[in-house]
Ligand binder design. Structure first.
Ligand SMILES: [Zn+2]
Length: 435
């Protein structure tokens, strides 16, 4: 007896070398994928049947970098550089209450589930509220309480570094493994330019002592690169390597400016890079060397939306499209396939979760999405990967399953009163943005 049986569908497993499985059934028992087989071979004994005809099933999308507390910032900026944006945002983000962060994160969860995103890696303040939003909406999450100081000469009232590190550790201790393992946690030193070397080293020492990974920003702009080289005489990746950060699971957002030597430094198991093409383009940060990075064997490149403040949507198919069209992919290469891997299995590897999620395989956690193929936009269908990346949209997602539970069905969220979330978001935004 299965809990869910998706019948007569096409499966895009995203396994190494695994092609499309047409005319297949997918069975889910508890939190995991229990069986895959040609239609009819798994029997019909399931609590819930989902008709997969004219649809396809793929792994849930993995969003490797967000700041969900900033979802109220959608549509507040354009034609602005990163530093200007950070300066504009600082007083608003620092005045947010824990409840404000919770409802911003709920708003983000709603948007992400509609877009087929089943897990996000987040970094913000009041991060426990973000974890709670993931639990309440049915999502999987990797949370990390942010640590940030010396920011534009203003400490944002977040307290001395030692307290911030303690809060980041406490958040990880409280949430790592919560909700039957749906929540994992890291520590989040914001970036090399917003933290003193002592704070960075103390954060790493705490991460090593407690066994947590790191989520940080790295080599995002030329300004950061020049600042780091001038101050420390090395590139940001070299600084982090010399300080010992690559000895723990290390997730680096952006990595827009990397030298060949930097890529050598980062190309090791356990290093994940979150590529955020929409945010990088909007903030005029530049184009990361993604075709060079995705060639490497050890480092893992995932896709991220960054926050709604610098993107402005949380739609990973849009990011995958941007990544497929904005880079100078070698003639004859397969950017659609590479970007799909970044959005799924490689994103899972970047978060250190490849054993559990990122592919459709028996034994893995049942984090799956079902997309509609019966539309003018998806017709004709010469090659599914290309059609999905170049023509697909969030609105093609019909069903989202996380940890074996249907959390979006026919475009409706099953665990969240979305109307309530929108009302809270509008009211809180009106109070925070009085400019
Ligand atoms: Zn970021």
């Amino acid at each position: 007896m299965y809990d869910i049986l998706i019948r007569n569908t096409t499966v895009m497993p995203m396994t190494e070398g695994g092609g499309l499985l047409e005319g297949y059934d997918v069975a889910i028992a508890g939190q995991r994928i229990a069986a895959l087989g040609p239609t009819g071979t798994l029997g019909a004994d399931a609590t819930r049947m989902i008709d997969g005809a004219n649809r396809f099933v793929m792994p849930g999308l993995v969003n490797t970098h967000t700041h969900m507390g900033q979802t109220y910032h959608r549509g507040t900026a354009e034609a602005m550089l990163l530093q200007e944006w950070l300066d504009q945002d600082a007083p608003i983000s620092s005045s947010m209450t824990a409840e404000d962060v919770y409802w911003a994160a709920m708003l983000a969860c709603c948007e992400m589930l509609h877009a087929g995103i089943t897990i996000f890696a987040d970094m913000f303040f009041h991060e426990g509220q973000v974890a709670q939003a993931a639990v309440d909406s049915g999502m999987r999450a990797q949370v990390a309480q942010g640590i940030m100081e010396q920011f534009s000469g203003d400490d944002l009232g977040r307290g001395p570094a030692a307290e911030q590190i303690a809060r980041s550790v406490a958040c990880a201790e409280e949430w790592h493994g919560a909700a039957d393992g749906r929540i994992t946690a890291r520590l989040a030193p914001h970036a090399i330019y917003s933290l003193s070397p002592a704070t960075l080293r103390d954060t790493l020492a705490a991460a090593k002592e407690k066994g947590y990974g790191i989520h940080t920003h790295l080599s995002e702009t030329t300004l950061e690169l020049e600042w780091c080289e001038e101050r420390y005489g090395v590139s940001p990746p070299r600084w982090f390597e010399e300080a010992g950060f690559l000895e723990v699971p290390y997730l680096a957002a952006h990595c827009v400016y990397l030298s060949d030597e930097d890529i050598e430094i980062l190309d090791r198991d356990g290093v994940g890079i979150a590529h955020n093409p929409g945010s990088n383009l909007k903030l005029a940060s530049g184009r990361a060397r993604i075709p060079d990075l995705t060639e490497r064997k050890n480092l893992a490149v995932g896709l991220g939306t960054d926050s709604a403040g610098s993107n402005d949507s949380l739609d990973l198919l849009k990011e995958a499209y941007l990544a497929a069209v904005v880079h100078d992919w070698p003639i004859g290469s397969t950017p659609a396939r590479i970007c799909l891997r970044m959005a799924t299995c490689e994103g899972a590897r970047a978060l250190g979760l490849a054993d559990e999620i990122g592919t459709v395989e028996v034994g893995k956690k049942a984090d799956l999405i079902v997309l509609n193929l019966e539309s003018s936009r998806m017709t004709p269908l010469h090659q599914l990967e290309r059609t999905l990346i170049y023509a697909g949209r969030a609105s093609d997602v019909e069903v989202v399953i996380v940890d074996g539970k249907v959390v979006l069905n026919g475009g409706t969220l099953t665990m969240v009163d979305e109307g309530h979330v929108l009302r809270e978001a509008r009211e809180r935004t009106a109070r925070l943005f009085q400019w």
